[in-house]
Design a protein around this ligand. Structure first.
Ligand code: ATP
Length: 236
Protein backbone atom coordinates (compact mmCIF):
# COMPACT_ATOMS: atom_id res chain seq x y z
CA UNK A 1 0.00 0.00 0.00
CA UNK A 2 1.24 3.46 -0.86
CA UNK A 3 1.32 5.80 2.15
CA UNK A 4 2.62 8.92 0.45
CA UNK A 5 2.73 10.07 -3.13
CA UNK A 6 4.16 13.34 -4.40
CA UNK A 7 3.16 13.87 -8.00
CA UNK A 8 5.10 16.43 -10.05
CA UNK A 9 5.43 18.99 -7.27
CA UNK A 10 6.68 22.46 -8.20
CA UNK A 11 7.28 24.97 -5.41
CA UNK A 12 8.57 28.53 -5.37
CA UNK A 13 9.86 31.14 -2.95
CA UNK A 14 8.78 34.32 -4.73
CA UNK A 15 10.15 34.05 -8.26
CA UNK A 16 12.72 31.46 -7.39
CA UNK A 17 11.81 27.84 -8.01
CA UNK A 18 12.93 25.57 -5.17
CA UNK A 19 11.32 22.27 -6.29
CA UNK A 20 11.11 21.07 -9.90
CA UNK A 21 8.65 18.33 -10.79
CA UNK A 22 9.28 16.25 -7.68
CA UNK A 23 7.70 12.79 -7.71
CA UNK A 24 8.27 10.50 -4.76
CA UNK A 25 6.42 7.58 -3.31
CA UNK A 26 6.67 5.80 0.00
CA UNK A 27 5.10 2.40 0.67
CA UNK A 28 3.69 1.29 4.02
CA UNK A 29 6.44 0.14 6.35
CA UNK A 30 9.27 1.57 4.27
CA UNK A 31 12.16 3.69 5.49
CA UNK A 32 12.98 6.10 2.66
CA UNK A 33 15.62 8.82 2.62
CA UNK A 34 16.11 11.88 0.42
CA UNK A 35 19.75 12.91 0.15
CA UNK A 36 21.06 16.25 -0.96
CA UNK A 37 23.62 18.96 -0.28
CA UNK A 38 23.00 22.31 1.43
CA UNK A 39 20.23 24.20 -0.28
CA UNK A 40 19.15 21.27 -2.49
CA UNK A 41 15.56 21.68 -1.32
CA UNK A 42 15.31 18.94 1.32
CA UNK A 43 13.56 21.06 3.95
CA UNK A 44 11.29 22.51 1.28
CA UNK A 45 10.08 19.00 0.38
CA UNK A 46 9.29 18.29 4.04
CA UNK A 47 7.48 21.62 4.40
CA UNK A 48 5.51 20.99 1.23
CA UNK A 49 4.37 17.59 2.50
CA UNK A 50 3.37 19.23 5.79
CA UNK A 51 1.59 22.10 4.01
CA UNK A 52 3.91 24.79 5.40
CA UNK A 53 5.02 25.61 1.85
CA UNK A 54 2.29 25.55 -0.75
CA UNK A 55 3.00 23.70 -3.99
CA UNK A 56 2.31 25.81 -7.06
CA UNK A 57 1.43 22.73 -9.07
CA UNK A 58 1.34 19.00 -8.54
CA UNK A 59 -0.45 16.86 -5.98
CA UNK A 60 0.12 15.07 -2.68
CA UNK A 61 -1.77 11.91 -1.74
CA UNK A 62 -1.59 10.48 1.79
CA UNK A 63 -3.16 7.08 2.47
CA UNK A 64 -5.30 7.44 -0.63
CA UNK A 65 -6.55 10.92 0.32
CA UNK A 66 -5.67 14.01 -1.72
CA UNK A 67 -4.13 16.35 0.90
CA UNK A 68 -2.73 18.95 -1.52
CA UNK A 69 -5.00 21.67 -0.16
CA UNK A 70 -5.26 20.63 3.50
CA UNK A 71 -3.82 22.99 6.14
CA UNK A 72 -0.84 21.68 8.15
CA UNK A 73 -2.76 20.93 11.35
CA UNK A 74 -5.20 18.72 9.48
CA UNK A 75 -2.32 16.83 7.90
CA UNK A 76 -0.91 16.29 11.41
CA UNK A 77 -4.35 15.16 12.58
CA UNK A 78 -4.66 12.44 9.93
CA UNK A 79 -1.27 10.95 10.68
CA UNK A 80 1.61 12.96 9.21
CA UNK A 81 4.20 13.40 11.97
CA UNK A 82 6.97 15.98 11.58
CA UNK A 83 10.36 16.40 13.23
CA UNK A 84 11.56 19.78 11.92
CA UNK A 85 15.15 20.73 11.17
CA UNK A 86 16.97 22.07 14.19
CA UNK A 87 14.49 20.28 16.47
CA UNK A 88 12.43 23.37 17.37
CA UNK A 89 11.26 22.31 20.79
CA UNK A 90 9.42 24.88 22.92
CA UNK A 91 12.40 26.22 24.90
CA UNK A 92 10.55 27.57 27.93
CA UNK A 93 8.30 24.56 28.42
CA UNK A 94 9.35 21.44 30.31
CA UNK A 95 9.95 18.14 28.60
CA UNK A 96 6.53 16.88 29.62
CA UNK A 97 4.80 20.09 28.57
CA UNK A 98 6.50 19.81 25.15
CA UNK A 99 5.17 16.27 24.79
CA UNK A 100 1.67 17.35 25.77
CA UNK A 101 1.86 20.16 23.20
CA UNK A 102 2.53 17.46 20.63
CA UNK A 103 -0.85 15.98 21.55
CA UNK A 104 -2.74 19.26 21.57
CA UNK A 105 -5.34 17.92 19.15
CA UNK A 106 -6.09 14.88 21.28
CA UNK A 107 -9.15 15.14 23.55
CA UNK A 108 -8.80 11.73 25.14
CA UNK A 109 -6.71 12.01 28.33
CA UNK A 110 -6.16 8.29 28.50
CA UNK A 111 -4.64 8.30 25.03
CA UNK A 112 -2.34 11.18 26.03
CA UNK A 113 -1.25 9.30 29.16
CA UNK A 114 -0.61 6.13 27.14
CA UNK A 115 1.46 8.00 24.60
CA UNK A 116 3.45 9.73 27.35
CA UNK A 117 4.22 6.31 28.85
CA UNK A 118 5.29 5.03 25.44
CA UNK A 119 7.59 8.04 24.93
CA UNK A 120 9.17 7.54 28.34
CA UNK A 121 9.68 3.86 27.65
CA UNK A 122 11.36 4.66 24.33
CA UNK A 123 13.41 7.51 25.82
CA UNK A 124 14.13 6.87 29.53
CA UNK A 125 16.28 10.02 29.50
CA UNK A 126 13.17 12.11 28.85
CA UNK A 127 11.42 10.50 31.79
CA UNK A 128 14.32 11.35 34.11
CA UNK A 129 14.17 14.91 32.85
CA UNK A 130 10.42 15.33 32.49
CA UNK A 131 10.38 18.53 34.61
CA UNK A 132 13.44 20.11 33.03
CA UNK A 133 13.04 23.10 30.70
CA UNK A 134 13.62 22.02 27.12
CA UNK A 135 16.13 24.83 26.48
CA UNK A 136 18.45 23.39 29.13
CA UNK A 137 18.54 19.95 27.47
CA UNK A 138 21.54 18.91 25.36
CA UNK A 139 21.25 18.81 21.56
CA UNK A 140 20.85 15.03 21.57
CA UNK A 141 18.19 15.17 24.28
CA UNK A 142 16.30 17.85 22.37
CA UNK A 143 16.39 15.63 19.27
CA UNK A 144 14.86 12.79 21.30
CA UNK A 145 12.23 15.21 22.58
CA UNK A 146 11.39 16.39 19.06
CA UNK A 147 10.95 12.78 17.91
CA UNK A 148 8.88 11.85 20.98
CA UNK A 149 6.72 14.94 20.52
CA UNK A 150 5.99 13.96 16.90
CA UNK A 151 4.90 10.51 18.09
CA UNK A 152 2.28 11.94 20.47
CA UNK A 153 -0.30 12.06 17.63
CA UNK A 154 0.30 8.42 16.66
CA UNK A 155 1.51 9.27 13.14
CA UNK A 156 1.28 6.77 10.29
CA UNK A 157 4.16 8.48 8.54
CA UNK A 158 7.08 10.22 10.25
CA UNK A 159 8.86 13.01 8.36
CA UNK A 160 12.32 13.77 9.71
CA UNK A 161 14.35 16.79 8.62
CA UNK A 162 18.10 16.28 9.13
CA UNK A 163 18.37 14.33 12.31
CA UNK A 164 22.17 14.64 12.15
CA UNK A 165 22.28 18.43 12.20
CA UNK A 166 24.50 19.75 14.98
CA UNK A 167 24.80 16.39 16.73
CA UNK A 168 27.93 14.48 17.62
CA UNK A 169 28.29 11.27 15.55
CA UNK A 170 27.48 9.03 18.52
CA UNK A 171 24.21 10.89 19.12
CA UNK A 172 23.35 10.74 15.42
CA UNK A 173 23.77 6.97 15.58
CA UNK A 174 21.62 6.77 18.69
CA UNK A 175 18.82 8.86 17.18
CA UNK A 176 18.94 6.86 13.95
CA UNK A 177 18.80 3.57 15.81
CA UNK A 178 15.65 4.72 17.58
CA UNK A 179 14.04 5.74 14.29
CA UNK A 180 15.07 2.38 12.83
CA UNK A 181 13.43 0.61 15.77
CA UNK A 182 10.21 2.59 15.28
CA UNK A 183 10.32 1.65 11.61
CA UNK A 184 10.83 -2.03 12.38
CA UNK A 185 7.78 -1.82 14.64
CA UNK A 186 5.74 -0.67 11.63
CA UNK A 187 6.12 3.13 11.38
CA UNK A 188 6.69 4.41 7.84
CA UNK A 189 9.57 6.92 7.69
CA UNK A 190 10.64 9.58 5.19
CA UNK A 191 13.86 11.25 6.26
CA UNK A 192 15.83 13.96 4.46
CA UNK A 193 19.50 13.93 5.26
CA UNK A 194 22.79 15.44 4.28
CA UNK A 195 24.77 12.63 5.89
CA UNK A 196 24.37 10.09 3.07
CA UNK A 197 26.63 7.56 4.71
CA UNK A 198 24.53 7.22 7.80
CA UNK A 199 21.17 7.56 6.06
CA UNK A 200 21.91 4.79 3.54
CA UNK A 201 22.81 2.43 6.38
CA UNK A 202 19.31 2.62 7.89
CA UNK A 203 17.01 3.39 4.94
CA UNK A 204 15.61 0.84 2.48
CA UNK A 205 15.62 3.22 -0.48
CA UNK A 206 16.90 6.65 -1.34
CA UNK A 207 16.28 9.57 -3.67
CA UNK A 208 19.05 11.97 -4.68
CA UNK A 209 18.00 15.61 -4.77
CA UNK A 210 20.11 18.13 -6.65
CA UNK A 211 19.13 21.81 -6.92
CA UNK A 212 15.47 21.00 -6.51
CA UNK A 213 15.36 18.00 -8.87
CA UNK A 214 15.37 14.26 -8.21
CA UNK A 215 18.30 12.95 -10.24
CA UNK A 216 18.30 9.31 -9.13
CA UNK A 217 16.46 6.82 -6.96
CA UNK A 218 17.31 3.29 -6.02
CA UNK A 219 17.71 0.84 -3.16
CA UNK A 220 20.14 2.00 -0.48
CA UNK A 221 22.46 -0.84 -1.40
CA UNK A 222 22.60 0.17 -5.06
CA UNK A 223 23.11 3.82 -4.15
CA UNK A 224 25.98 2.90 -1.82
CA UNK A 225 27.63 1.05 -4.71
CA UNK A 226 26.99 3.73 -7.33
CA UNK A 227 30.25 5.46 -8.17
CA UNK A 228 28.56 8.79 -8.90
CA UNK A 229 26.84 8.76 -5.51
CA UNK A 230 30.02 7.67 -3.76
CA UNK A 231 31.95 10.51 -5.37
CA UNK A 232 29.37 13.22 -4.69
CA UNK A 233 27.88 12.20 -1.34
CA UNK A 234 29.81 9.45 0.38
CA UNK A 235 33.34 10.83 0.25
CA UNK A 236 36.39 8.64 0.43
P1 ATP B 1 19.97 22.68 4.15
O1 ATP B 1 20.57 21.33 4.16
O2 ATP B 1 21.01 23.76 4.09
O3 ATP B 1 18.94 22.90 5.19
P2 ATP B 1 17.92 22.17 2.15
O4 ATP B 1 18.29 21.12 1.17
O5 ATP B 1 17.01 21.80 3.26
O6 ATP B 1 19.24 22.83 2.73
P3 ATP B 1 16.01 24.24 1.53
O7 ATP B 1 16.04 24.84 2.90
O8 ATP B 1 14.84 23.43 1.17
O9 ATP B 1 17.32 23.35 1.31
O10 ATP B 1 16.23 25.39 0.49
C1 ATP B 1 16.13 25.20 -0.93
C2 ATP B 1 16.34 26.55 -1.63
O11 ATP B 1 15.26 27.43 -1.32
C3 ATP B 1 17.60 27.27 -1.20
O12 ATP B 1 18.13 27.90 -2.35
C4 ATP B 1 17.13 28.29 -0.20
O13 ATP B 1 17.93 29.43 -0.18
C5 ATP B 1 15.74 28.62 -0.71
N1 ATP B 1 14.82 28.98 0.39
C6 ATP B 1 14.51 28.22 1.47
N2 ATP B 1 13.62 28.83 2.27
C7 ATP B 1 13.37 30.04 1.72
C8 ATP B 1 12.54 31.15 2.05
N3 ATP B 1 11.78 31.13 3.15
N4 ATP B 1 12.57 32.22 1.23
C9 ATP B 1 13.32 32.24 0.11
N5 ATP B 1 14.11 31.23 -0.28
C10 ATP B 1 14.15 30.13 0.50
Amino acid sequence: MTVLELNNINAFYGQSQALHDISIEVQAGEFVTILGANGAGKSTIMKTIMGLVKAKSGGIVFNGQDITDLPPWERAGIGVGYVPEGRRVFPDLTVEENLKMGAYRVQDNRRIANNLDKSYELFPRLKERRSQLAKTMSGGEQQMLAIARALMLNPKLLLIDEISMGLMPILVNHSLSIVKRLNSEGLTVLMVEQNANKALKVADRGYILKTGKITMHDSSENLRNNSEVVKAYLGE
